[in-house]
Design a protein around this ligand. Sequence first.
Ligand SMILES: NC(=O)c1ccc[n+]([C@@H]2O[C@H](COP(=O)([O-])OP(=O)(O)OC[C@H]3O[C@@H](n4cnc5c(N)ncnc54)[C@H](OP(=O)(O)O)[C@@H]3O)[C@@H](O)[C@H]2O)c1
Length: 330
Amino acid sequence: MHDADPARYAHSAFQARCGKSGLHLPKISLGLWHNFGSVDDYATARSIALRAFDLGVTHFDLANNYGPLPGSAEETFGRILRDGLGKYRDELVISTKAGYTMWPGPHGDFGSRKYLLASLDQSLKRMGLPYVDIFYSHRRDPNTPMEETMGALAHAVRSGKALYAAISNYNPADTARACAILRDLGTPCVVHQPKYSMFERTPEAGLLDTVEKEGIGCAVFSPLAQGMLTDRYLKGIPADARAGKLHGFLRPEQVDAIRMEKVRQLAKVAEERGQPLASMALAWVLRDKRVTTAIIGASKVAQLEQCVAAAHSAPFASEELKRIDAILAG
Ligand SMILES: NC(=O)c1ccc[n+]([C@@H]2O[C@H](COP(=O)([O-])OP(=O)(O)OC[C@H]3O[C@@H](n4cnc5c(N)ncnc54)[C@H](OP(=O)(O)O)[C@@H]3O)[C@@H](O)[C@H]2O)c1
């Protein structure tokens, strides 16, 4: 069993209100997309999750398809809950999603009511939970009426199987529409989950304005560009890194010379700020007050610790931000 650190809430600024809701998320959240599958080492996965909670990371982000094998990250998390973390259930914010391919046929993917509600039942079973805190539509389904997808999220909330409804990977116009429908249904959207990092700045072109206008939170994913915005690839691709693994979503060709030159220059800025590049990259996404939390991944406890430390970074001087913009544009 595990007794959590009594000082886990010592830094009150680490918890942030999610939009205008009553839900609070830690500035750094832990995502279980990689490193928690059936192919990964269970003891390491458990240590990362328990250390995260000790450091105040109360939010654990999952999806039906995380693994590999798909579904196995939820099974691993269920085991971690049974193995110690579960006694803190009322402090935990557990999210899951449905929207990508999960089983064969037309109702194992995208955004139908049939898929979303069956998937949520499966997720709950894998984690051994009666409810999750946040249930996401993982992506917009262009061929299903948005009323149907949002209606499924609302039903999940009303049935008690999820506490809050949420969306991920929706563009600004679809976000505004989804929020309006969910508001009308009496189950407001609590958070949007977009990809955002120094290498992926699309949310700056409208989405961040939209989440602010709608009064919802913003949980950004892959803030380290899957590990590229760290020192991980500065000397090539290690075999134990995501880009070195056959099942890793980051492919070796994405770790290209142009990106790595930018990473080297960014690492110099970080060094001058007195912090590792990973911490600076996270501080950079969190500099925008519309960003509620950065959802990171970690394959080692030390990585997680470095990421959490980022939440206590010094603010950026405007000169530093300009230098970073110039490096990214170069
Ligand atoms: N909604 C969506 O569509 C969607 C899509 C993708 C992700 N997500 C969510 O976002 C979460 C995070 O995504 P991500 O894993 O791509 O995030 P990320 O934080 O950009 O990348 C995580 C990887 O960076 C490396 N890393 C982390 N800390 C490090 C450090 N201090 N020093 C050196 N390397 C470090 C590790 O790579 P190694 O494993 O190589 O060590 C780790 O696995 C996912 O787990 C999931 O919950 C959501």
